[in-house]
Design a protein around this ligand. Structure first.
Ligand SMILES: NC(=O)c1ccc[n+]([C@@H]2O[C@H](COP(=O)([O-])OP(=O)(O)OC[C@H]3O[C@@H](n4cnc5c(N)ncnc54)[C@H](O)[C@@H]3O)[C@@H](O)[C@H]2O)c1
Length: 386
C-alpha cells in the first residue's frame, strides 16, 4: 500500500475466551477490521489493531490464537500491560472481574475500552471514571444497541420529526434460556447468580439507559418489578445451582416530555415476535415498531379505525398495515462500528461520547431499578456528575 502510513495499535484483549470477547469483539470486530485493511483516517493513515489475547486458560487461548493465525497471547495480565506497544486495554471478562482489570490498566497508563456494565455499582463506576480522568487516559464503554440497523432507523425517524410528539415507548426483550438440564443453557450460569455479578437488571438496564436517552431523552424515574421465575438451573459442569439473581424485569421509565417507556426484559419467555427485541413507539403523528434490523411505521394519515367486536373473527391484517423503513445505507456490525470509532478516538482524537460517565449512568439505572424492585416504589433518577 504505497503512500499509506500504518499506525499499529496494540490491544490487550482480556476475556477473549468468553462469548462476547471471542465472537463479537475479537472475530466480528478486531479481526474483521484487519480483514478490511485496518481503519483509514482522513489523512490517509491506516490504524492497524494488534490483539494481545489474555485469559485464564492457556489451552483455550492457544487454540484461539492458532485458529486465527495470531501469536501474541498470555495468561499474565500484568505482563501484557507492561508491554509498551499495548496502548489499549479491553475488558470482556465476567462483570465481577472488570474493576480489578480496569484499575490495573489505568495504573499502567493504557486507554481503556470495556464491555458494559463498567462496574457492579454506581459508586465504583464513578470512581473508575474519576481515576481515568485524572490519569488522562481515554475511555469507552460498549453501547452496541445504538448501532443496530433497526434502532438507527428509529433514531432517523425521531430526528426527522416523524412522530410529532412522542407519547410512549414499549420495549419487549427476551427469549427462553434453557435451564441446562435436558438441553444445554445458551447463556453462562454466572448470569443467574447475583453473587457472581448476574441478573437481568444489571445486564439490560445499562442498555435501556442509553437506548432511551440517545433516541428519546433523559430518564427521570424508574419503577421496576423483578422476578426470578426459574429458581434452579444446571451449570456448565452439569451441577444444579440455586438462581439468586433476577431473570425477568418489568420496568416503567418516565422520560423528559412526559414520554412513558415500558420495557420488559426476560430470559423466561418464549418469542412470539419478529425479533428478539422490539420497541413500539407511539406518537401523535405516527407510530413505529423497531427491532434489531427492521423498522416499520404507520402514519396517522393511513391509520385504520378498528372497531371492537369480539363476536366476529378479526378480518384485518393488522401487521400488513405497516410500511417498512428502507435502509438507505449500509449497516456494519455494531460492535465493529463502535470499535472503529474508539480506535479513531485514541489515535486521532475523534469524538467518542460513550465514556465511563455514560457507563456509570447505565449502572445507575440498574442500581435504582433493583432498589425500586426491592422497595416496591418509583425512584427518581438524579443526574450523575464526575
Ligand atoms: N454488549 C452486550 O450486548 C453484551 C452481551 C452479553 C454480555 N455482555 C457483557 O460481556 C461480559 C462477558 O459476558 P459473556 O456473556 O461473554 O460471559 P462469558 O462467561 O461467556 O465470558 C466471560 C469471560 O470472563 C473470563 N473470566 C474471568 N474470570 C472469570 C470467572 N471468575 N468466572 C468465569 N469467567 C471468568 C472467562 O474466561 C471468559 O473469557 C459481561 O460483563 C457482560 O455483561 C455484553
Amino acid at each position: 500500500m504505497a503512500g499509506l502510513k500504518e499506525r499499529s495499535v496494540g490491544i490487550v484483549m482480556n476475556g477473549v475466551t468468553g462469548r462476547m470477547g471471542y465472537r463479537q469483539h475479537l472475530v466480528r470486530s478486531i479481526l474483521a477490521i484487519r480483514e478490511q485493511g485496518g481503519v483509514r483516517l482522513p489523512d490517509g493513515t491506516v490504524v492497524w489493531p494488534e490483539p494481545i489475547l489474555v485469559g485464564r486458560n492457556e489451552a483455550k487461548l492457544a487454540a484461539i490464537a492458532k485458529d486465527h493465525g495470531l501469536d501474541n497471547w498470555t495468561t499474565d495480565l500484568d505482563a501484557a500491560l507492561a508491554d509498551p506497544a499495548a496502548e489499549i486495554y479491553f475488558d470482556a471478562q465476567v462483570t465481577s472481574r472488570r474493576v480489578e482489570g480496569v484499575r490495573k490498566a489505568v495504573a499502567a497508563g493504557k486507554h481503556i475500552y470495556t464491555e458494559k456494565p463498567v462496574a457492579e455499582d454506581v459508586g465504583t463506576a464513578l470512581e473508575l471514571a474519576r481515576l481515568a480522568a485524572s490519569a488522562g487516559v481515554k475511555v469507552g464503554v460498549v453501547q452496541d444497541k445504538l448501532f443496530l440497523p433497526g434502532l438507527l432507523k428509529l433514531k432517523r425517524l425521531v430526528d426527522g420529526g416523524f412522530f410529532g410528539r412522542v407519547l410512549s415507548v414499549r420495549g419487549e426483550f427476551g427469549y427462553w434460556v434453557f435451564e441446562g438440564d435436558w438441553q444445554e443453557a445458551q447463556r453462562p450460569s454466572w448470569n443467574y447468580r447475583s453473587e457472581d455479578g448476574g441478573g437481568i437488571i444489571i445486564d439490560m438496564f445499562c442498555h435501556w439507559r442509553y437506548v432511551l436517552e440517545d433516541i428519546f431523552g433523559p430518564v427521570r424515574s424508574v419503577q421496576a418489578l423483578a422476578a426470578t421465575h426459574v429458581p434452579e438451573r444446571v451449570d456448565e459442569g452439569g451441577r444444579p445451582y440455586a438462581c439468586t439473581a433476577d431473570d425477568a424485569a418489568y420496568g416503567i421509565f418516565e422520560l423528559d416530555g412526559g414520554i412513558v417507556a415500558q420495557v420488559n426484559s426476560s430470559w423466561a419467555t418464549r418469542v412470539f415476535r419478529d425479533e428478539l427485541v422490539e420497541f413500539q413507539v407511539d406518537g401523535t403523528e405516527g407510530s413505529a415498531v423497531a427491532g434489531l434490523r427492521r423498522c416499520r411505521v404507520q402514519h396517522r394519515s393511513v391509520t385504520p379505525k378498528p372497531v371492537w367486536n369480539p363476536d366476529l373473527p378479526a378480518t384485518e391484517d393488522f401487521r400488513g398495515q405497516w410500511q417498512d423503513v428502507p435502509d438507505n445505507a449500509e449497516f456494519d456490525n455494531g460492535f465493529k462500528a463502535q470499535w472503529e470509532l474508539f480506535l479513531r478516538h485514541v489515535v486521532a482524537d475523534g469524538e467518542f461520547p460513550w465514556d465511563f460517565l455514560a457507563g456509570a449512568r447505565g449502572v445507575q439505572l440498574a442500581e435504582l431499578g433493583l432498589r425500586s424492585a426491592q422497595e416496591g416504589r418509583r425512584i427518581a433518577v438524579e443526574p450523575l456528575r464526575l
